[in-house]
Design a protein around this ligand. Structure first.
Ligand SMILES: Nc1ncnc2c1ncn2[C@@H]1O[C@H](COP(=O)(O)OP(=O)(O)OP(=O)(O)O)[C@@H](O)[C@H]1O
Ligand SMILES: [Mg+2]
Length: 360
């Protein structure tokens, strides 16, 4: 088991910085998930850990060794890519054994490990096939098998499931969770998928334009996002956010003017003055239908989506974007209906307008 530590890691392509002083300490056996918008530097960071990309500045440790200058083959790390990168002319068995053969491991050992990985990944019946004769999910399992047989110090995954259809993604997600429970190997996993991030991660790193926005336990990020960026990024459907004006304040106790009413919220840290505008956030599941006198937001339902297990309504409440409301799944709500909603102050997320940091 191996810890990985990134200290002030930077990456420049030519003169253009794409990773700015990233600090992350990954514990031995931890499952760390990297998320962030396209182009924020997730793959670059992963490739620097793997040794496929030079580190411009900072210190990368794997275990207790600084590995900045170590070639990929000496880092003892296995990377699984989105496109699998299997050898098309080799059988499943040969694909999994290839790396070990190159390292001249004894044949009996290679055989043992390949058989072991095939058992874990349920590939026993496919060992003689070529990648072209496999489904996407089976190919992805071979790519994981190839990583497992190496018994690496750590696994790196770059969107490994994004080429699979929805059902297979779920199946493979559970396989990865089981695999991690079984192997307890340090893992860094990049994904665009909210559910993968929330369910697989011990901790999630939210990246934004080459910076780390927040690192934390998935539910902590969900419940207490430290910035508006994280608030909007974590959670699907996304958090409702709109500007609200402070109309009364005792410094730490604010009364806010919302589109259809008022809400009283306590904040932490520095006080906020009257007449300030801040960003008010509330998740769709934290809004409930109420009468007009208690309302925070009121309007007509522009769209209703019934997903079977959930029902969402999109309320035209005069805010810039429609307000998403999660209804009880059997709720009999209709497009065009006028409704009012409110929430509980304990579920409100407030962000200052200037730095967009959480204030409550
Ligand atoms: N070889 C390169 N030369 C110059 N710029 C690059 C190179 N590779 C990546 N970049 C830039 O670095 C930034 C980070 O890219 P990276 O591939 O790490 O993003 P990402 O977070 O993995 O995005 P995605 O979610 O789309 O995969 C991007 O702005 C990208 O254009
Ligand atoms: Mg990428």
């Amino acid at each position: 088991m191996t810890a990985i530590s990134l200290k002030q890691i930077k990456k420049l392509y030519g003169t253009i910085p794409v990773i700015h002083s990233v600090d992350i300490d990954i514990a031995s056996g931890e499952f760390l998930v990297l998320v962030g918008p396209s182009g924020c530097g997730k793959s670059t960071l992963l490739r620097m850990i793997a040794g496929l990309e030079e580190i411009s500045a900072g210190e990368l440790r794997i275990g207790d060794k600084v590995v900045n200058a170590l070639p990929p083959s000496d880092r003892d790390i296995a990377m699984v890519f989105q496109d699998y990168a299997l050898y098309p002319h080799m059988s499943v068995e040969e694909n999994m054994a290839f790396g070990l053969k190159m390292r001249s491991e004894p044949l009996s050992e290679i055989d043992k490990r390949v058989t072991g990985a095939a058992d874990i990944l349920k590939l026993q019946d496919y060992l003689e096939r070529r990648p072209g004769q496999l489904s996407g999910g089976q190919r992805q399992r071979v790519a994981m098998g190839r990583a497992i047989v190496r018994r690496p110090k750590a696994f790196l995954f770059d969107e490994p499931l994004s080429n699979l259809d929805a059902a297979l993604r779920v199946e493979m997600r559970l396989e990865i969770a089981k695999l991690h429970r079984r192997m307890q190997a340090t893992t860094v996993y990049v994904t665009h998928d909210q559910v993968e991030a929330m369910t697989l991660a011990d901790r999630i790193v939210v990246m934004n334009a080459g910076h780390v926005e927040q690192i934390g336990h998935p539910l902590d990020l969900y419940r207490k996002p430290a910035s508006l960026f994280v608030a909007r990024f974590i959670g699907s459907p996304t958090m409702n956010t709109f500007p609200a004006r402070v109309i009364e304040t005792t410094g730490r106790h604010l009364v806010l003017q919302l589109p259809a009413g008022r809400a009283a919220i306590d904040i932490r840290g520095r006080s906020i003055g009257a007449a300030t505008t801040i960003t008010f956030g509330i998740r769709p599941e934290d809004l409930t239908v109420c009468n007009t006198t208690d309302a925070w937001l009121s309007g007509e339902l522009a769209v209703v989506e019934r997903l079977g297990s959930q029902t969402f309504g999109y309320l035209d409440a005069g805010t810039e974007k429609l307000i998403t409301v999660e209804f009880p799944r059997t709720a009999d709500v209709q497009v065009g209906e006028r409704i009012s909603v409110k929430g509980d102050s304990s579920n409100v997320h407030l962000f200052d307008s200037e730095k967009e940091r959480r204030v409550n």
